[in-house]
Design a protein around this ligand. Sequence first.
Ligand code: BG6
Length: 300
Amino acid sequence: MPVEELEDRVILTDVNDSNTKLTILKFGATIISWHHQGEENLWLSKAAKLDGSKPVRGGIPLVFPVFGKQKDPNHPTAKLPQHGFARNNTWEFLGQISENPPTIQFGLGPEQLDEETRLKWPFDFTLILTVSISGDKLVQKIEVENTGSTPFEFNWLFHTYYHVEDITDVLVNNLVDVSCYDQLIAEQYTEKAPAISFHEEFDRIYQNVNPKRTIQIIDKGKVLYNLHRTNLQDSVVWNPWTKKAEGMGDFEPKLGFHNMVCVEPGHVSSMVLLPAKEKWSGQQEIVIGGEIKVQTNIYE
Ligand code: BG6
């Protein structure tokens, strides 16, 4: 059975391989597991709350309508919590829309939000998340529709926690010469590393990454994942390292930062302005394996 709906989650199984499947919590429409031929691709904290009491620490939480905390106190998203409300509300499971690859949808609208959130962000909207799995590929597409009569502004982000064996062996490539904002030192500069490596806390927003670039996550010379993006101009790269992990109550084990890296495509360095009655969409496609591909400005 490719689609199995349980009370709090949906399991989506590859039609050709029963050992390849996704588990998606209705809470936040969060993918909490991506089993591929029996191996887990996503990192999930052992202390992650899966009961809807807080956003899931791990998997792929969805960030909307604000990334981080809004810095402009007069912006309509200013009263919202860090990373908005999409990751901490229960989405409606809309069912299966195609057989092969098996594809399902989840929806979120004002009717799913509690009154407090509605008061904080009173716009009319519909979010439709489409998810499919086939062989080595996972695709997530988000559609944001402004169903109201006034424009609104938002950020979007797929906050993807990848599972890795050891972060110190990991490289993330094809971000060379991209302008980035380093959230740890609050500075803007151009990335010069041909491949990023990790040996301390890391929190950077790579901005306007050419859509032709495939961001690769490489472990000891082997490509783990290829990240293709559609209409998602930015990518956040994050690892909390020792101190930050210690400070997060739902981050376990504390040394678990060794086994994860977040590479998060989105639109966060500016806000998307969505006029009344219009739609916006963005997509991430993650493909396992393959060859190392070196892309720099010369080839773009
Ligand atoms: C990342 C941000 O996307 O999310 C970090 O760049 C942040 O600054 C991290 O710490 C985790 O956020 P949260 O709200 O899930 O603890």
